[in-house]
Ligand binder design. Structure first.
Ligand SMILES: Cc1cc2nc3c(=O)[nH]c(=O)nc-3n(C[C@H](O)[C@H](O)[C@H](O)COP(=O)(O)O)c2cc1C
Length: 214
């Protein structure tokens, strides 16, 4: 395995990134890169690693899907009673990470996560396919489940419960978080590991832009 891993050596050469060409607003720059990812047909461009810290200061990472981005922040949806939900309640400072291999790009984001309004969560929940809505009710996210059969039984029970309702209510324990970014770093792979790193730090209301050593 070590031989195989040590021989993996990809050189990045697609493009560069210069301070003078980037937008002065970190979120606008992110939106530009998201458009590039969509145009390049990057696989699941909205999949991002979310890292949180628990009350023992242990870090935890997992993928969630970005569902909105605006000047207010980065939105994803989850179960508020999941491990990540409890961790965010304990420590609202979180990190997000995108890796768009097809474009040799990484974006790192750090900021405070807050619950979005119930109205906004309702709106997004209502737009989901019915079976996903049922799964949000049925799944005890992050809890131990005895077997696949037990999980499917929970789902069928939920389906029965809602079978006469055209609209399914959003579970009160499920909804969105918005990450209000205070740092966004854009990484563009370059030849010979001399990559470009441009970091945006929010200072009062403006973004300070700096280049970092790779
Ligand atoms: C591609 C992909 C997308 C995912 N999207 C979400 C998501 O949007 N929300 C979510 O709660 N979990 C999502 N998950 C599952 C999480 O990675 C994780 O397993 C789950 O949220 C439980 O995490 P926790 O126990 O740390 O709270 C996704 C997983 C993958 C691989």
């Amino acid at each position: 395995m070590k031989d195989y891993l040590n021989k993996l050596r990809k050189d990045y050469s697609m493009m560069g990134m210069d301070e003078k060409d980037v937008d002065k607003d970190g979120i606008v720059q992110f939106e530009k890169w998201m458009v590039d990812a969509a145009n390049a047909e990057v696989n699941e461009p909205n999949a991002m690693v979310l890292s949180t810290v628990d009350k023992n200061n242990h870090p935890h990472s997992r993928i969630v899907l970005l569902r909105d981005v605006s000047s207010k922040g980065f939105v994803f949806y989850t179960n508020y009673e999941s491990d990540k939900g409890h961790e965010i309640e304990h420590q609202s400072m979180v990190a997000l990470n995108f890796f768009w291999v097809e474009l040799e790009r990484q974006v790192r984001i750090e900021g405070i996560a807050e619950k979005i309004s119930q109205v906004e969560s309702n709106e997004y929940y209502a737009s989901r396919p019915r079976e996903n809505q049922l799964s949000a009710w049925a799944s005890p996210q992050s809890k131990v489940v005895g077997s696949r059969a037990e999980l499917e039984a929970l789902w069928r029970e939920t389906e029965m419960k809602w079978k006469d309702q055209i609209e399914i209510e959003r579970p009160p324990f499920w909804g969105g978080y918005i990450v209000k970014a205070s740092m966004i770093e854009f990484w563009q792979g370059r030849a010979g590991r001399l990559h470009d790193r441009i970091r945006y730090r929010l200072e009062k209301d403006a973004w300070a832009i700096e280049r970092l050593g790779p």
